[in-house]
Write a protein that binds this ligand. Structure first.
Ligand SMILES: [Zn+2]
Length: 460
């Protein structure tokens, strides 16, 4: 069985061959910590967590390194800090925003059943690496200093033609078209409209660090250089998989490739580029102005994290996903069922049918269909497969208890009503027993009679 992954650069599914099977390396762009993560941000977290788990299953836990960064220097963070803490010095306010948002992000993704990555580097702890890459780019003639900025020149990159990829290859854009389509109000310090910022001067009060050589005033990095620096530091000049949302292909990932390949004279930065598709809510684009902007935090108040996880994985990661209430309710019912029959069963190895689906470019809809197939035939394999996918983190009783708590149901009251009903049935007072059953149904409780007595659960 071999793993095949769709690679955005070559536009085809390719067999995955790691550079070093003892050290399989993956980088995924993480959050910019300035606000609650929305449900669209949860998609790469869940998708690449499934890939991380699969790689660990295939190559061994000790042989897979997953890096997901935290961007803690950004204009959006500065704006938020100034708005929320107007009385504090900006740097202190920024620390409050990034610490609080970072903590919230971790709480959210833990609840989604995502394993913590091997390393979660912070941008502000890698300024030295950024400076070094920038200085290499200037020395190599790929970047230049102008008005205390450092700019990268895609045109210089494509003119060099020395064993480098072409700028635009990842996003399938031509540099000539980009030049022709450029806006007219280009910043005066740019030689060409397509040049992008590697480093910029900080305004008074803003976070600032010593600049790359040739610039006297302090400054701060552009966004793209952060990922090149952190990937280099933790994974080396070249690694196996780079992932992120489809909206990052251009310009972010195109620029990462340009920076890394030109700084280290490489033909490639990563061997496989993987991108997850967009997420819509009830068939509409999610936006703050439409009022359908939902955070992970809000959803977790109403649903267990595993329900959100299953709901996400029902769609293949490359396809757009339509996030609907109806689909969430279905996912919840499916998990209730799986918990009931598989959570307390000793798991066997994951089923071949589930693994084969995952090995085919993480075909999670097919894997879920295979899980439904196992339900009636091999419950230990169902349990093992669900665990591989990051489900069944609780016992059946914990799951049911949480559901009751979330629905505000008093288990003691339910138990005593069931006891009354059992007594009514024993004295053949069926009118009374039916009345109690209806009362329970109105409370959202479904009961089931068997020879061993009456069991109950919260009906979704
Ligand atoms: Zn990135």
């Amino acid at each position: 069985m071999e793993l095949r992954l769709y690679d955005t650069l070559s536009r085809e599914k390719r067999t995955f061959v790691p550079l070093d099977a003892k050290n399989v390396r993956m980088y995924v762009c993480g959050p910019t910590v300035y606000d609650f993560a929305h449900i669209g941000n949860a998609r790469p977290v869940i998708v690449f967590d499934v890939l991380f788990r699969l790689l660990r299953h295939l190559y061994g836990e000790a042989h897979v390194k997953y890096v997901r960064n935290i961007t803690d220097v950004d204009d959006k963070i500065n704006d938020r800090a100034a708005r929320d803490f107007p009385g504090l010095p900006l740097n202190e306010a920024i620390r409050k925003v990034t610490e609080e948002t970072g903590r919230q992000f971790h709480a959210d993704v833990d609840a989604l059943g995502a394993l913590r990555p091997s390393v979660e580097p912070r941008a502000t702890e890698h300024i030295g690496e950024m400076r070094e890459i920038i200085e290499r780019l200037v020395r190599g003639g790929f970047a230049y200093v102008a008005e205390d900025h450092v700019l990268f020149s895609p045109q210089a990159m494509n003119a060099a033609n020395a064993g480098l990829p072409r700028y635009g290859a990842l996003s399938k854009r031509s540099l000539d078209e980009m030049i022709a389509g450029a806006r007219v109000d280009v910043a005066p310090y740019k030689k060409d409209s397509t040049d992008f910022v590697l480093w910029k001067p900080s305004k008074p009060g803003e976070p600032s660090w010593a600049s790359p050589s040739g610039i006297k005033v302090e400054g701060r990095p552009g966004w793209h250089i952060e990922c090149s620096a952190m990937a280099w530091k933790h994974l080396g000049e070249q690694f196996d998989i780079h992932g992120g949302g489809i909206d990052l292909v251009f310009p972010h990932h195109e620029n990462e490739v340009a920076q890394t390949c030109c700084a280290f004279h490489q033909q490639r930065m990563a061997n496989y580029w993987m991108h997850n598709g967009f997420l819509q809510v009830e068939s509409e684009k999610m936006s703050k102005s439409l009022g359908n902007f939902i955070t992970i935090h809000e959803l977790l108040r109403d649903w267990p994290g595993e329900v959100l996880r299953l709901n996400m994985l029902k769609t293949h990661y490359t396809s757009p996903i339509d996030w609907t209430m109806k689909s969430l309710e279905e996912s919840a019912r499916t998990l209730d069922d799986w918990y009931r029959i598989a959570a307390d069963v000793a798991p066997s190895k994951p089923a071949v049918s589930v693994l084969e689906a995952l090995l085919d470019d993480l075909n999670t809809p097919q894997a879920i269909a295979a899980l439904h197939g196992l339900r009636g035939s091999d419950v230990p394999a169902l349990a093992g497969s669900l665990r591989l996918l990051g489900f069944l983190s609780e016992s059946a009783a914990q799951w049911e208890g949480r559901k009751q708590q979330a629905s505000g149901i008093d288990a003691k009251q339910v138990e005593s009503l069931i006891a009354e009903r059992t007594a009514a049935r024993a004295r053949k007072d069926f009118k009374e027993s039916d009345r109690i059953r209806d009362q329970l149904a109105a409370m959202g409780i479904a009961i089931k009679d068997s020879k061993d007595g009456t069991t109950w659960e919260v009906a979704r």
